[in-house]
Design a protein around this ligand. Structure first.
Ligand SMILES: Nc1ncnc2c1ncn2[C@@H]1O[C@H](COP(=O)(O)OP(=O)(O)OP(=O)(O)O)[C@@H](O)[C@H]1O
Length: 487
């Protein structure tokens, strides 16, 4: 069996069954306690999910996306910069388009402005410049907004919710839906931080929360997962949906990965008053997200911020012909022996190869970090953080694990195995994302692809054709030749 197909088989299994299996990221389903511990003894009607026995279910997809999103949030401590223009589509094209360059211009309540500054925000982010005036306008307007993770969406809608709350009214006035319990907690933290000087209280509507039957909750903002929020609004009546002024649907792209969540969100939306402000946020905007967005947000304004495009223009690409993984490792050692590599990311196809390789590199004296699918998402965030701080020089990872993670300072990327999709075809998008650079971070980079066997050679050729960029051969037994590539 060729190395490639073996690796492929293992990877498929990993991706489908194990990678996120050990993460505590099952959203509300995982947190669901036994009925007797809920205190409410409600049946589970609103919470049915599809069975998991048919291979990779939509729930696995959701966990995959939710894990990625959470990981990005945990490791990010500032804005992702973007030089692309914001695209704004107003519901009423005749109304003037406002954008703000400072938070003062928004005329926020002083305690809220204090909260914003306490978070270290000096000026609105690109998406906030347009989204905030729209969200805070009177009478309220609906909004669908899409921009890459890390561009300031959460902070924007949190500010909108906080500014619409009347603290004197002790009942829920804002409702925010998140795809999983963990993501709800992250948004909750932002609400608490930004609202620290306002007398605004927050409740989490997640499974396991014990409440007395017949009780009405006094908190001003409720954040939770769709199934529980639906129960709280309908059967359990902890919330009066008719009093909700702002309804936020966060991470819509993650949300729609579960059919149940879509239906529940739509059912909640139908209970809200007509003049309730509806806001929907998503990192991506594929057709399915768009269809869902239009169902839950009537007459919307739309704001889009394109992701900065990655290109291969400033990347020198090479391939090395090998015959086995040991051979690849020797080639890798020769490269390390010939050029100075500040920090490198090495991608493997399977977890098994990644841990083997990390072990071998460690034995050679390298400071290696391993990012593995067995780790909890918080542990993975910690590994990435250490690597970003330069505490380790080599990060070995599988693709499933590192998807969507940006470590900008890495100038050398080694594809120990080439990226392929589930069907064994070249995964061009992943290739580009692993080694590409945005215009802004247009530093020169080096990418080295390890090829072993005919199949991976074909993959390499197809990647080369796809991007119309030459990938030159590198002889790793020729030290002089290796030295040249770093010049
Ligand atoms: N105006 C601002 N100035 C400085 N930092 C900001 C500003 N707005 C947000 N941030 C910070 O930037 C980071 C990303 O912001 P935020 O979480 O709101 O983005 P996001 O688009 O919602 O991302 P995600 O979809 O991953 O949640 C956070 O650390 C946040 O505190």
């Amino acid at each position: 069996m060729a190395t490639d197909s073996w690796a492929l088989a293992v990877d498929e299994q990993e991706a489908a069954a194990e990678t996120f299996g050990k993460l505590n990221l099952k959203g509300e389903k995982a947190e669901k306690p036994k009925p007797e511990s809920n205190g409410t003894e409600e049946p589970e009607s609103a919470e049915q999910i599809p069975s998991k026995d048919g291979g990779k279910s939509e729930d696995d997809d959701k966990e995959d996306k939710a894990a990625q999103s959470l990981l990005n949030k945990l490791i990010r401590n500032n804005l992702v910069s973007n030089t692309n223009q914001v695209e704004v589509l107003q519901r009423d094209p005749n109304s003037p388009l406002y954008s703000v360059k400072s938070f003062e211009e928004l005329r926020l309540k002083p305690e809220l402005l204090k909260g914003v500054y306490a978070m270290g925000f000096n000026r609105p982010s690109k998406i906030q410049e347009n989204a905030l005036p729209m969200m805070l306008a009177e009478p309220s307007q609906n909004l669908i907004a899409q921009s890459q993770s890390g561009t300031g969406k959460t902070a924007a809608f949190v500010l909108a919710m906080l500014s619409r709350v009347d603290p004197a009214n002790k009942y829920p006035q804002c409702l925010c839906l998140s795809p999983t319990y963990e993501l709800a907690l992250q948004t909750g933290k932002v609400i608490e931080q930004m609202g620290q000087f306002s007398n605004i209280k927050l409740a989490y509507a997640v499974r396991g929360k014990k409440l007395e039957r017949g009780q009405k909750i006094p908190e001003h903002i409720v954040i939770g997962t769709p199934g529980t929020v639906l129960d709280w609004c309908s059967k359990l009546r902890f919330i009066d949906p008719k009093k909700i002024k702002v309804f936020v649907l966060d991470e819509a792209d993650v949300m729609i990965a579960t059919q149940g969540h879509q239906d529940q969100s739509i059912r909640i939306q139908k209970m809200l008053p007509r003049d309730c402000q509806m806001l929907l946020f998503s990192a991506t905007f594929e057709e399915s997200v768009w269809r869902f967005a239009q169902k839950v947000v009537p007459e919307p304004n739309i704001i889009k911020l394109k992701r900065e495009e990655e290109t291969l223009d400033t990347i020198k690409q090479y391939y090395v012909e090998c015959h086995s993984r040991e051979d690849k490792f020797r080639a890798l050692c020769n490269i390390y022996g010939s050029i100075t590599i500040a920090q490198a990311m090495i991608f493997c196809h399977t977890r098994k190869t990644a841990s083997w390789l990390a072990g071998e590199l460690y034995k050679e004296g390298h400071q290696v970090a391993l990012l593995s699918g067995e780790m909890m998402v918080e542990q993975r965030a910690a590994v990435i953080d250490r690597f970003r701080e330069g505490k380790e020089k080599v990060l070995v990872t599988t693709n499933v694990c590192a998807r969507g993670i940006d470590v900008e300072q890495v100038s050398v990327v080694i594809n120990f195995d080439l990226p392929v999709d589930k069907d064994g075809n070249p995964d061009n998008e992943t290739y580009l994302h692993r080694i590409g650079r945005t215009g802004r971070f247009g530093k020169r980079g080096l990418a080295i692809n390890m090829v072993d066997g005919d199949h991976s050679m074909q993959i390499l050729q197809r990647i080369q054709q796809h991007f119309s960029k030459k990938i030159a051969q590198l002889d790793t037994d020729d030290m002089d030749e290796i030295e040249k590539i770093s010049k």
